[in-house]
Write a protein that binds this ligand. Structure first.
Ligand SMILES: [Zn+2]
Length: 61
C-alpha cells in the first residue's frame, strides 16, 4: 500500500490541503494563509491540523 499524499483542511482559512506524507508532530505551512500548522493526527490519509502560534512558542523546559 502506498499513499502518495495526505489531505487535510486548514483550521484557519479552511483551504483543502494536499501534502506529502507527514507524521504526527510535524509542522507545515498553509500555502493560503501562511500559518504554521502542526499535525495532530493522521488517520486514513486524513490530517488533523492545529494552528501553531510560532511567535508565542513556549521554549520552556
Ligand atoms: Zn490556511
Amino acid at each position: 500500500m502506498s499513499t502518495a499524499t495526505l489531505s487535510g483542511v486548514c483550521p484557519e482559512c479552511e483551504t483543502d490541503l494536499t501534502v506529502p506524507p507527514v507524521v504526527q508532530g510535524e509542522t507545515l505551512a498553509c500555502p493560503e494563509c501562511m500559518l504554521t500548522l502542526r499535525v495532530e493526527d493522521v488517520q486514513g490519509g486524513q490530517l488533523t491540523l492545529q494552528m501553531v502560534e510560532v511567535q508565542l512558542r513556549d521554549w520552556g523546559q
